[in-house]
Design a protein. Structure first.
Lengths: 457, 433
């Protein structure tokens, strides 16, 4: 394999030779392994290695970008990126100032590297046996993957940053079938390189399989507006979809009307509502020391006491909006330029206990766990993996999984209770601009939303 | 590639080397103007072996690292699934045209002016709209050889042109858009603009939807967003083999309305997902999935077909991992009713152009429930305006069991699915009005 360190040293010299307002390069090498089961049997096991990189150049506000696996012809790649930027650029380049940084960031944890495929498989075998010990189960899917990545970032201002990260994801789902019905329940976990975080889940896995079977006899909710209580996992997806994406400045910075709507100080929720994005929290899947533009990670309040107070920036969006860069420019890998992304996004905890939150609900829906979520900025949907009716302040019968929808300008304001039990979910992956899944984490305490639209029969 | 195969043959009973290289040039427009030009070169080399009856698998981006690749595949073969199939030997492939040299020779300046023209047509119509556009050319080269003497190689070109427009009025946001993709260069931005202008016209007024069951017409884009994800999972041979497909035991039985016929056909010329052979070197074929409402067949790759005691339908696709069954180019046959006649037939109902979140429920069971990102209200046979804050829910198998009509005109959505509009007699609608 080519040595990216040696290549990067030569490249640091080469970047100086070209005329551009700004040039950066990112080189990466990675090793991945995956194990998947479908049904009782192991379906696929594989290993992958990759080496690649990219050059990004800015001239008069226009970007050129060249990505590659073949590292043999880098001066020509730099030239290509610079030429492309020149074809685009017709204005003035704007980039928020960023210090030149030289740093080497060691990995916090990388336990999967020391664990053999045989040991990984042994754990998954145990989980699969538990799933298959459940009666009426039709099939199951287990997907385990780990990756270890080394990145070198350098730019024309003299930054040279080496970072490493290890990611682990584990997705399990149990599918039950009977009477012409098919139902499934899933579990998604992730970790920043700590294999022990996916061990000892035997009880959760058993519960997942039992829930899938139970759904076969569960009724579908009647569609309409409900008071809805979300568990921390689903509320985390909610905050990511409902507000996180709208706070990404690349949607806003060149759209005058959206800038007026998303003006700092605008009231979105009640005074108890605080929403944060922070890559600076240690050890979570969205955590890092420097983003993919070499900007240090920060903690950014998006909503404070119900008001819009901040947003997520790249160097370009920050400069164009006269705000400070937040270190949120991320790329899923070397074949993409960095774009503004979330990291670890959460609703800060409040005072209420779970019992307080459901106590005065006469008829409502308790939605837990997640299938997914998506947003169009104004309107968003998110889907629960499990759901129950709430009747007279008590959790009642189980429902089929529900899809909930909302409108960012009304739904956040309808959050009228925030629990005291913040929990971060590490199993998520975010998609934007064709870059998916980017490691992120989401979190929240239990929250209650009034008048939430639920799809149903 | 040959060298890696030779190395692999020494340590395994059977081996297959798959090399995919591509060069892609996307132009991105943001806020109505050109923002970036990119060039992406990529190499993907995959080795699949059968050793002591088990599958081993490894990939790399580095063709010179053959030894490492072989060792890595051997390591995984200790645990791999027992291989039930044989790699195909020499095969005759159908002639499928997927390469047009005019794609690669399209100058960047020409691509830039296509994007600018597309945006200009839309902003002339609606001056305060903000458009993001994408013009992409790509050349893909595939080569596959195996230890049974099988070999395949082809080159493909893909050209895509698309736009998303957002129109913001205070806190009301309207999103419109269209994307087309072909193996030939796309030269007519007005074809794409026409779809978008029609969306803008129909969405000019706002209308409200009630919360109850309503007749619903899905436009071709609506069909693709509401029904296709569930159907593709149900017709996947793997889902069928596991017993998790709701139609897995319905082969030859009538499950859908007899007006519905659906097939997968990777041999249609110049479609972006067409190809002479699949990613395992099995010849491409037209596979009927629904014939006049009856379940006709499922999609298989080599391994799944062997486990199910049937033949591969040439549907093996690699998404970076081992091949798995996947649809390529889907076609739903048109019928007799015009879109306008469908609308005229409705006293109160909806037209759905795009649902978001529909693929996030229990799609295995066929349930869909999505927010109407773009859709219109029909009153007394006329489209009266756009609906918002509205969810449409249903189950694919119930919704397509009896449909009122299938449209007479099919359209390509994205480049992968060709479908006419579909008119369902009633679906559950929940709305904030």
């Amino acid at each position: 394999m080519p040595d990216i360190k040696a290549v990067s040293r030569q490249l640091a010299q080469d970047l100086k030779k070209y005329r551009a307002d700004y040039i950066e390069a990112r080189l990466e090498e990675s090793q991945r392994s995956h194990i998947t089961y479908r049904g009782r049997e192991l379906e696929s096991v594989g290993q992958a290695t990759a080496v690649g990189g990219n050059i990004r150049a800015l001239i008069k506000g226009g970007w050129g970008f060249a990505s590659f696996n073949d590292l043999s012809d880098l001066p020509n790649r730099v030239e290509l990126a610079v030429k492309q930027a020149g074809l685009v650029g017709k204005e003035e380049s704007k980039l928020a100032p960023a210090e030149a940084i030289v740093d080497t960031v060691a990995n916090e944890k990388d336990s999967p590297l020391a664990i053999s495929l045989a040991e990984k498989k042994q754990l998954l075998d145990q989980y699969n046996d538990i799933i298959w010990g459940t009666p009426k189960l039709q099939t199951s899917v287990i997907g385990y993957a780990d990756s270890h990545k080394k990145t070198i970032f350098l730019n024309s201002a003299g930054s040279y940053i080496q970072q490493q990260r290890t990611d682990i994801t584990l997705r399990l789902s149990a599918v039950a079938a009977g009477n012409g019905q098919v139902q499934q329940v899933g579990l998604s976990l992730g970790s920043r390189g700590d294999f022990s975080s996916i061990q000892n889940l035997h009880q959760e896995v058993a519960e997942m399989a039992r829930n899938a079977v139970a759904l076969l006899s569960a009724p579908q909710v009647k569609g309409g507006e409900y008071t809805v209580v979300l568990d921390p996992v689903l509320a985390g997806v909610f905050v990511h979809e409902a507000f996180g994406h709208l706070s990404e400045a690349d949607f806003v910075y060149e759209n005058e009307r959206l800038r007026q709507v998303m003006v700092l100080g605008r009231q979105f929720g009640r005074s108890e509502l605080n929403i944060v994005d922070s890559a600076a929290l240690p050890g979570l899947r969205g955590s890092y020391k420097y983003d993919d533009e070499g900007v240090p990670a920060t903690k950014t309040y998006l909503i404070k006491e119900g008001k819009l107070v901040g947003r997520l920036h790249s160097r370009e969006t920050a400069a164009k909006m006269n705000e400070k860069p937040t270190g949120n420019a991320r790329a899923i890998n070397y074949s993409f330029p960095p774009i503004v992304r979330m990291t670890n996004t959460y609703i800060e905890p409040g005072q209420a206990s779970f019992e307080d939150i459901i106590a005065d609900i006469k008829e409502g829906v308790y939605a837990k766990n997640w299938f997914g979520g998506t947003t169009s900025m104004e309107m968003f949907t998110f889907s629960a993996g499990e759901a129950y009716m709430i009747r007279n302040g008590q959790i009642a019968e189980a429902l089929r999984p529900v899809v909930l929808t909302g409108n960012v300008f009304t739904t956040l304001n309808n959050i009228d209770a925030i629990g005291n039990d913040l929990d971060m979910n590490q199993g998520g992956g975010c998609g934007k601009g064709g870059q998916m899944p980017l490691p992120v984490s989401n979190g929240s305490p239990h929250i209650r939303i009034r008048k939430c639209l639920v799809g149903g029969s | 590639v040959e060298e890696i195969l030779t190395k692999a043959k020494k340590v395994a009973e059977a081996a297959e080397v798959f090399l995919l290289t591509s060069e892609e040039t996307p132009l991105q427009f943001e806020a109505n103007r050109l923002k970036s030009i990119q060039t992406k070169q990529s190499t993907h080399l995959a080795l699949r072996i059968i050793k002591e009856g088990r599958l081993g698998y490894a990939t790399t981006t580095e063709p010179t690292d053959g030894q490492g690749l072989v060792e890595s595949a051997v390591e995984t073969a200790r645990f791999g699934m027992p291989a039930k199939f044989e790699l195909p030997s020499t095969t005759t492939y159908p002639k499928v045209d997927v390469l047009d040299p005019a794609v690669n020779s399209t100058p960047i300046e020409k691509m830039g002016s296509l994007g600018s023209e597309l945006i200009a047509i839309i902003t002339d119509h609606t001056p305060d709209i903000i458009c993001e556009a994408m013009v992409v050319k790509e050349t893909i080269s595939l080569k596959l050889i195996n230890s049974q003497g099988g070999q395949a190689s082809y080159k493909k070109s893909v050209f895509s042109l698309g736009v998303i427009g957002s129109l913001i009025r205070d806190t009301d946001m309207l999103f419109v858009g269209e994307m087309q993709s072909s193996c030939n260069p796309l030269t007519q931005p007005q074809d794409i603009a026409r779809v978008v202008l029609n969306q803008l016209e129909l969405a000019k007024n706002q209308a409200s939807a009630p919360t109850r069951e309503l007749p619903v017409i899905f436009t071709p884009r609506g069909v693709a967003s509401a029904f296709i994800p569930s159907l593709m999972m149900a017709f996947n041979g793997k889902t069928v083999l596991e017993g998790a497909s709701p139609i897995g035991n319905k082969l030859g039985k009538k499950v859908f309305d007899r007006k519905i016929s659906l097939w997968d056909d990777p041999t249609i010329a110049y479609r972006p997902h067409s190809r002479p052979c699949d990613d395992e070197g099995v010849a491409s074929q037209r596979t009927p999935l629904i014939e006049r409402g009856k379940v006709a067949s499922f999609l298989y790759d080599l391994q799944t077909a062997a486990l199910a005691n049937t033949r591969s339908t040439g549907s093996g696709r690699r998404g970076g991992g081992l091949p798995a069954p996947s649809a390529s180019t889907l076609v739903i046959a048109p019928d007799k009713t015009s879109f306008n006649d469908m609308v005229s037939d409705i006293k109160e109902g909806l037209v759905i152009e795009q649902l978001i979140g529909a693929e996030q429920g229990n799609i295995l069971g066929g349930d869909f429930s999505g927010n109407v990102l773009l859709g219109y209200k029909v009153e007394s046979g006329k489209i009266v305006g756009r609906v918002k804050n509205t969810m449409v829910s249903g189950n694919v198998y119930q919704a397509l069991k009896e449909v009122t009509a299938i449209g007479s005109q099919a359209e390509w959505v994205g480049g992968m699915v060709s479908t006419p509009p579909i008119y369902c007699p009633r679906l559950s609608v929940a709305s904030k009005g």
